[in-house]
Design a binder for this molecule. Structure first.
Ligand SMILES: [Zn+2]
Length: 55
């Protein structure tokens, strides 16, 4: 079991979840469907170092 950071809201999430997606060979994990959908819509927005995760 491991933890990952939800790139959309910044929450720590368990990697043992189906709420994940692959982008550029990396796997990203999410706290919920909303964050996953937001990320899939515009991954580059959330991976931009200038983006600040928030709920
Ligand atoms: Zn989230």
């Amino acid at each position: 079991m491991a933890n990952a950071k939800d790139p959309v809201c910044g929450m720590t999430v368990d990697t043992d979840t189906d709420l994940k997606t692959e982008h550029d060979g990396e796997t990203y994990y999410f706290c919920g469907r909303g964050c996953k959908l937001d990320f899939e819509e515009d991954p580059d927005k959330y991976l931009d170092p200038a983006y600040e995760p928030h709920m």
